[in-house]
Design a protein around this ligand. Structure first.
Ligand code: ADP
Ligand code: MG
Length: 246
C-alpha cells in the first residue's frame, strides 16, 4: 500500500479509502466503499443518506466500535484502524464524546452523577476535580439548576442536554451525534440544534449523523452517502438561522 501522510494537528478526522464488507450468507455486502474525507478542528459536519447507505457502519468505525475491511483512518492524529482493543477503548473514552437518539442516561442517579461517569475511566482525575468538571459541563448546557434531579424529573430536551454535558465533560476532540434530535419534538429539537451551534462557536468539532435535511441545515457542511459511497461533500448553502437560545 502507498504510504499516506499522518494528518496535521488541525485535522481531527482523516478517513482514507475506507471499506467495510459484511458477509451475508453467500454474498458480501459492501456497506462502505472507498470513502475518504477529512474534518478540520472546529468544523460542524452532517453525515446524511437514506436507510442502508452506510451511516451506522461509518458511525461505528468513527466511534471505534468496529474495524474497517480496508483503508486507514486517524482520530485526533492517532491511527485507529489497526489498534488493539485496549488502545481503541482508550481512544474512544478520551477523544470521543457520544450523543445518542435515546439519551442513554442512568435513571437511578442525578444529572450531575450522569455527567461525571465518563471521567471514572481516567484514574488520574481526583474525585473533587471530577465533580468540578461535571458542574462546569452542566453549566455549559444551561442546566446547573437541575444538577440533583434524576432523568425522569427532567424533560426530553433537558435529558438530552445532560447527555451532551456527559459527552463534553472529558473535553473530547470529536463530538459524535447519532440522530440526537430524533426523539424530540420540533421545538425541543431547535433548542438542541441551537446548543450544537453554540458548541461550534466555542470551537468544538462535531459530526452529526441524521437522515433529516432540516437537521443538516444547521451544520456547515454535508457529507452524503449512497449505497456505501460518498456521493457528495459540500458546504451547506442555506444555513439555518439560529435565534436566541431558549
Ligand atoms: P444506514 O445506517 O445508513 O441505514 P447501515 O450502515 O446500517 O446503513 O447499513 C449499510 C448496509 O450494510 C446495508 O445494506 C446493511 O444491510 C448492511 N449491513 C450493516 N451491518 C451489517 C451486518 N452486521 N451484517 C450484514 N450486513 C450489514
Ligand atoms: Mg442506521
Amino acid at each position: 500500500m502507498e504510504p499516506s501522510a499522518r494528518p496535521d494537528p488541525s485535522t481531527v478526522l482523516k478517513i482514507e479509502r475506507l471499506c467495510r464488507d459484511f458477509a451475508a450468507g453467500d454474498e458480501v455486502v459492501h456497506a462502505l466503499r472507498d470513502v475518504s474525507f477529512e474534518v478540520r478542528r472546529g468544523e460542524y459536519v452532517t453525515i446524511m443518506g437514506p436507510s442502508g447507505s452506510g451511516k451506522s457502519t461509518l458511525l461505528s468505525l468513527l466511534g471505534c466500535l468496529d474495524a474497517p475491511t480496508s483503508g486507514r483512518y486517524w482520530i485526533d492524529g492517532e491511527e485507529v484502524g489497526r489498534m488493539d482493543p485496549d488502545r481503541l477503548a482508550a481512544v474512544r473514552n478520551r477523544r470521543i464524546g457520544f450523543v445518542f437518539q435515546s439519551f442513554n442516561l442512568l435513571s437511578r442517579v442525578s444529572a450531575l452523577e450522569n455527567v461525571e461517569l465518563p471521567l471514572y475511566y481516567n484514574r488520574s482525575i481526583p474525585a473533587r476535580r471530577r465533580r468540578e468538571m461535571a458542574k462546569a459541563a452542566l453549566d455549559a448546557v444551561g442546566l446547573s439548576h437541575r444538577a440533583s434531579h434524576r432523568p425522569n424529573q427532567l424533560s426530553g430536551g433537558q435529558q438530552q442536554r445532560v447527555a451532551i454535558a456527559r459527552a463534553l465533560v472529558g473535553e473530547p476532540a470529536l463530538l459524535l451525534a447519532d440522530e440526537a434530535t430524533g426523539n424530540l419534538d420540533s421545538r425541543t429539537s431547535l433548542e438542541i440544534l441551537a446548543l450544537f451551534r453554540r458548541l461550534e462557536e466555542q470551537g468544538k468539532t462535531i459530526v452529526f449523523v441524521t437522515h433529516s435535511p432540516d437537521v443538516a441545515r444547521y451544520s456547515a457542511r454535508t457529507i452524503r452517502l449512497l449505497d456505501g459511497r460518498l456521493q457528495e461533500d459540500a458546504p451547506v448553502a442555506d444555513r439555518a438561522f439560529v435565534e436566541e437560545i431558549p
